[in-house]
Design a protein around this ligand. Structure first.
Ligand code: RRO
Length: 302
C-alpha cells in the first residue's frame, strides 16, 4: 500500500502538495476551500506589520509559460489577520503563516504573533522580487538571512522555513546561512524578477514595471535550486515553481524536495490540482515499487 505522507521537520503532512503563498491564502473562507480539496498544507498570504494596499493595477498579467505579478505585498496587517485565523479552527491540515518585514525585529514580532494565533509553522518571505525594502535587500545577504532566522528562532518554538530567491547570488550560500541560523527547512524559490513590455503601448505592462515571474517557465530554475540545496543542506527543502502535474511533483522529489508548493497551477487548473497530483503520484509510485516519498526522494542526487 502506497503512503504519500511526508514530514517537514516536525510537521506531518498527509500528502506533499502545499498551497503556495499569495494564492487564496488570505481569507478563512478560501483557506477552508483549499483544505477541503485535498492540499497537504496551506501557506498564507505574506503578512506584515501594517495593512498595505499594494500597487495600483495592472498588478498581474498572464505571459508566455506563466504569470508575471507585482502585487506589492497587499495584506490586512498582522492585527487584522487574527480575525481570519480565528475562523479556521476546523482546518485539519497544517497552516503555515507567511510573513515579511524590514528587519529581524519585525520578523521576530510577526512570527511570535503567528504562533500565538495558533499557526503550525512560519514561512519567512525573504525573497519578494520587487518590494523595495522588504525582499531581496534582506534575502540576498547571507549575514542578514542568518540573523533574521536566528532572531525568529529565539522567539518561536514552531518550525521556521525561510523562502529563498534565485535572484540573490548563490542560493546555496543563502541556504547555508539560513541553516546556520537554525532554520527547520528552506523553501525554494520565489518568483523570478522579470518584465513584459506591451509593444503597442511601448512600455512595461505592470504598473510597477518589474514583477515576479512564476509558473511553468521557471520550473527548470527551481528544480536546479532544489537539487543544489538538497545536496548541500541537512534540513528539508520544499520546492516551488511551475508545479502543475504529478510529473512535476515527482521531478521535484527526485531532486530532493520533501514537498512541493503549488501556486500558478491553482489559477490554471483549479482546486482539483491537489487531488490530481496526489492520485498521479500514487499510481507512479505503485508502478515503480515505491511505498513512501522517502523511497524516491533525492534519487536524482546520487
Ligand atoms: O505581493 C507580491 O507582489 C509578491 C510577493 Br510578497 C512575493 O513574495 N512574490 C511575488 O511574486 N509577489
Amino acid at each position: 500500500m502506497v503512503n504519500i505522507g511526508t514530514r517537514i521537520s516536525e510537521l506531518k503532512l498527509r500528502n506533499p502538495t502545499i498551497l503556495a503563498s499569495g494564492i487564496l491564502g488570505e481569507t478563512s473562507g478560501s483557506m477552508k476551500r483549499v483544505a477541503s480539496c485535498g492540499a497537504g498544507a496551506i501557506v498564507t498570504k505574506s503578512i506584515g506589520m501594517k495593512p498595505r494596499e499594494g500597487y495600483p493595477n495592472p498588478t498581474a498579467v498572464e505571459i508566455e509559460c506563466g504569470i508575471l505579478n507585482s502585487m506589492g505585498l497587499p495584506n490586512p496587517g498582522i492585527e487584522e489577520f487574527k480575525k481570519e485565523i480565528d475562523e479556521i479552527d476546523e482546518i485539519d491540515i497544517p497552516v503555515i503563516g507567511s510573513i515579511f518585514g524590514k528587519d529581524e525585529k519585525e520578523f521576530a514580532f510577526l512570527a511570535k504573533k503567528m504562533e500565538e494565533y495558533g499557526l503550525d509553522a512560519i514561512e519567512l518571505n525573504l525573497s519578494c522580487p520587487h518590494a523595495r525594502g522588504y525582499g531581496l535587500e534582506i534575502g540576498s545577504s547571507p549575514d542578514i538571512v542568518r540573523e533574521v532566522v536566528r532572531e525568529v528562532k529565539k522567539k518561536v518554538s514552531i518550525p521556521v522555513f525561510p523562502k529563498l530567491s534565485a535572484n540573490a547570488g548563490d542560493i546555496v550560500d543563502i541556504g547555508k546561512a539560513a541553516e546556520e541560523g537554525g532554520a527547520d527547512g528552506v523553501v525554494a524559490i520565489n518568483s523570478l524578477r522579470a518584465m513584459k513590455i506591451d509593444i503597442h503601448l511601448k512600455k512595461p505592462i505592470l504598473y510597477n514595471r518589474v514583477g515576479g515571474y512564476s509558473g511553468k517557465g521557471i520550473k527548470p530554475v527551481a528544480v536546479r535550486c532544489v537539487y543544489e540545496l538538497s545536496r548541500e543542506l541537512d534540513i528539508p527543502v520544499i520546492g516551488v515553481g511551475g508545479v502543475e502535474t504529478w510529473e512535476d511533483a515527482v521531478e521535484y522529489i527526485l531532486a530532493g524536495a520533501c514537498a512541493v508548493q503549488i501556486g500558478a497551477a491553482v489559477y490554471y487548473r483549479g482546486l482539483s490540482v491537489f487531488a490530481e497530483i496526489c492520485e498521479g503520484m500514487k499510481r507512479w509510485m505503485e508502478e515503480n515499487g515505491f511505498e513512501s516519498i522517502e523511497d524516491f526522494r533525492g534519487v536524482a542526487l546520487k
